[in-house]
Design a binder for this molecule. Structure first.
Ligand code: ADP
Ligand code: MG
Length: 424
């Protein structure tokens, strides 16, 4: 696997749509590590032409540099790219900026990209993604970026109307083992029914545009408005006795995905709520049963578009957190399913320490003073230390005692009434 940085550009037709199309196409065969915001920039060189939209993405790829170039050119072709005039307008341009630490030049490919250092439309998004990056020859991106400040670029924001309306159609093409539906009571319930009928094998996923009876932990409702979220469930058939860290593995997969696709570092509130800036953007519900055959269903609900406003003051959405960048649910789903499959694999091998070490990176509660609630009764309060190797929450309570709390039936609130700590 190699890490590579690509620069995308478009100045013809629906520019944002072409960038989105490129990212979707690349996400099908590669792990996305980061996506920059979009910038609008004046054309450099060539005939007079319209302004560009530019973006940089980082991939982990199995393709060699030449294979990558070929694939990128195919994606450009699919976007209707025509090479009539050199440096002329184009629907889509995909340039390889960096590939690992490689440096070479051939008739068809030069890496790093030869004009990288003179183009703010590449350096700006690159710097935003990775301010500490250095080139293989040693220069820092920061020093190059400082030298092109005379060129103008502006952060670009679309009008918000470009919702990913084709989500279900696009999702249904992702893999054969995914069922995509316009509306379901709950994706967990649908997957359970498919499994009970013998119509679902290990790894099968169900996704819906809307849930009419979305569920969260402890029988709570999960509000799942049409077209606004990612509602997906995945079937797991454990190869050994069911271990409760499955939800932790799913939370790691989700957090890593959100981090790569949005550029913000999300948090996890024990046991496995997704939080951003003290508000909840995602929930994970694992429903496991031993009968008639052991299986577990991992359900995830992510608030992506729109906002909840005052209706649910503790809730937020990815779009609210990532403005002006808008999240493409197809890319989010594709990348999440990949990472979930990886982390379920780790979980199947009982590599619990690895799951917890990666989970802790996102955990927002350590240091917070919290109350543990069960059925509307506050059971205890104390300061969160950590989780132990079973995923139990370790609390320091009054009088120097230590308590371990299991996730099953309880929920956590901050002692001051807040939902989750805001990082500083
Ligand atoms: P532009 O230079 O405006 O991106 P093209 O996309 O038409 O124009 O690229 C011209 C040629 O540049 C391609 O045919 C490709 O072989 C070559 N090339 C050399 N190095 C790179 C690179 N790092 N990434 C992409 N294309 C490259
Ligand atoms: Mg090019």
């Amino acid at each position: 696997m190699a890490k590579t940085y690509l620069a995308l550009g478009s100045n013809l037709g629906n520019r944002a749509q072409y960038l989105r199309q490129a990212i979707r196409a690349l996400s099908r065969d590669n792990l996305i590590l980061a996506i920059s915001p979009i910038y609008e920039t004046a054309p450099m060189g060539g005939p007079p032409q319209a302004d560009y939209l530019n973006q940089v993405i980082v991939l982990e790829t199995a393709w060699t540099p030449f294979e990558l170039l070929r694939r990128c050119q195919v994606i450009e072709q699919e976007a209707g790219r025509q090479r009539i005039i050199q440096d002329g307008p184009r629907t889509l341009d995909i340039d390889i900026v960096l590939y690992e630490r490689q440096m070479f030049s051939s008739s068809t490919l030069t890496i790093p990209h030869p004009r990288l250092g003179s183009r703010r439309f590449v350096l700006e998004p690159l710097y935003r993604i990775d301010p500490a990056l250095t080139l293989p020859a040693g220069q820092s991106i920061e020093s190059l970026w400082r030298q092109v400040q005379d060129q103008s670029v502006r952060l670009w924001s679309n009008d918000g109307s470009a919702k990913d309306a084709d989500f279900i159609a696009a999702a249904s093409r992702l893999t054969d083992s995914l069922v995509a539906a316009d509306s379901l009571d709950s994706t967990n319930s649908e997957l359970r029914r498919l499994w009970a009928r013998g119509d679902a094998e290990d790894g099968m996923a169900v996704v819906a545009e809307q849930q009419t009876e979305g569920r969260g932990r402890l029988g709570r409702q999960w509000i799942s408005p049409k077209g606004s979220g990612l509602y997906v469930s995945v079937l797991v058939q454990p190869q050994r006795a069911m271990d409760p860290l499955l939800g932790f593995a799913a939370a790691v997969a989700l957090s890593e995905t959100v981090s790569a696709v949005t550029g913000i570092k999300p948090g996890i509130k024990w046991p496995n709520d997704g939080v951003i800036m003290g508000k909840k953007y995602a929930g994970i519900l694992v429903e496991a049963s031993k009968t008639p055959r052991p299986h577990a269903i991992v359900g995830v609900g992510v608030n992506v578009h729109g906002s909840f406003g005052n209706a649910v003051p503790t809730a937020t959405t990815l779009d609210q957190a990532t403005e002006p960048l808008r999240v493409d649910r197809t890319v989010l789903l594709d990348q999440f399913l990949r990472r979930l499959a990886y982390w379920i694999g780790i979980w199947q091998q009982a590599r619990n320490a690895e799951i917890l070490a990666n989970w802790r990176v996102f955990h927002v509660l350590p240091g917070a003073f919290v109350q543990i609630w069960q059925n509307d009764v506050a059971l205890m309060q104390g300061r969160v230390k950590d989780v132990d190797r079973y995923g139990h929450l370790i609390l320091d309570t009054e009088g120097g005692h230590t308590h371990r709390v299991t996730a099953g039936e309880v929920s956590v609130r901050l002692a001051d009434g807040g939902y989750a700590p805001i990082p500083h």
